[in-house]
Every structure is written in C-alpha cells, then in structure tokens.
Design a protein around this ligand. Structure first.
Ligand SMILES: [Zn+2]
Length: 57
C-alpha cells in the first residue's frame, strides 16, 4: 500500500498491518503523518499536529 505525502507530495509506503490513526513518517520530508482512513488499498493521511517536544532526530 502507498499514498501521497500531503506535505511534499512524495510517495509514502504504508506497511501492511498499519491501522487507522497510526502515525507514520514520510521518507522524503520526515513529516509525521496520521493515517486517517484505510479502504482496501487506498490510504488517506494528513499531517500530524505539531508537537512541542523535540524528538531528537
Ligand atoms: Zn513528505
């Protein structure tokens, strides 16, 4: 499964077994994306809300 990053428009691979509301990361721009909906092989994601915390890349 894959989808498009809403931030950079890049291709994002969604691992099988990923569930709705799970957070994944864009390999291109490192944006955190929330899985909104999974319908068959179509996955909708949106940018995760920014957090104050620094995840120390
Ligand atoms: Zn991206």
């Amino acid at each position: 499964m894959n989808t498009k990053c809403p931030v950079c428009d890049g291709e994002v691979t969604v691992e099988p077994g990923t569930i709705e509301s799970e957070i994944i990361q864009c390999p291109d721009c490192s944006a955190r994306l929330v899985v909104e909906k999974i319908e068959g092989s179509h996955v909708s994601v949106s940018e995760a809300p920014k957090v104050e915390e620094d995840w120390g890349e």
